[in-house]
Design a protein. Structure first.
Length: 196
């Protein structure tokens, strides 16, 4: 009996070891199936394929179109920053990244409803034609601890906050590595790229 118990305990122990080391690996670079399974309410151009990002996605989730379709240079900078932030216990989460034009327009329609007018919505959500998300050049990062970390260290990677009213919205400004980030626009309506 004792021998059997010892064998079971040993087997359980090695299983625990194996599962804890694979958990450590999954923190870095493994698909997050558990999140994707719960997101079936939106499909097609308005779902994950159109840029909707499941909760808790990271810059390493390369099978998620909202992450994978980001500009490669932006994604490289984000991954370097995420690795360094992780050493300080800060996790970078992608709340939104690349968006299809259809998904962007959906967000704009929702913003017009929420803010009551197109003028007010324009302070927060761009059109599909002007959005840096649609071109894959912008990412919305969370949680707050991560945006605070990026506000202090982002320029070192060329990652800059662009709008004063959107502390989560980052774009790549390679010149920031040497010259610091450019001054922010108060909100997107002041950005020349957003003019009709
Ligand atoms: Zn954004």
């Amino acid at each position: 009996m004792l021998v059997v118990f010892a064998a079971i305990a040993a087997a359980l122990g090695s299983q625990l070891l194996a599962s804890s080391s694979s958990t450590a690996a999954s923190l870095i670079d493994v698909p997050r199936r558990e999140h994707r399974a719960s997101r079936t309410e939106h499909r097609g151009a308005l779902g994950e394929a159109g840029g909707a990002v499941p909760d808790g996605a990271t810059v390493f989730d390369r099978e998620i179109p909202g992450v994978a379709n980001l500009d490669p240079a932006l994604l490289d900078a984000l991954r370097q920053a995420a690795v360094d932030a992780a050493t300080e216990g800060i996790g970078l989460v992608v709340d939104s990244g690349w968006r299809s034009p259809e998904y962007q327009n959906q967000l704009l329609r929702e913003a017009v409803t929420e803010y009551g007018s197109e003028e007010e919505a324009a302070r927060w959500v761009a059109t599909a034609r002007t959005s840096a998300h649609v071109s894959g050049d912008a990412v919305d990062i969370g949680p707050v601890a991560a945006t605070v970390w990026l506000s202090e260290h982002g320029a070192w990677y060329g990652l800059c906050q662009i709008y004063g009213n959107e502390p989560w919205h980052y774009e790549l400004r390679p010149e920031a590595v040497e010259h610091a980030c450019p001054p922010m626009y108060a909100d997107p309506t002041h950005d020349p790229r957003m003019q009709p």
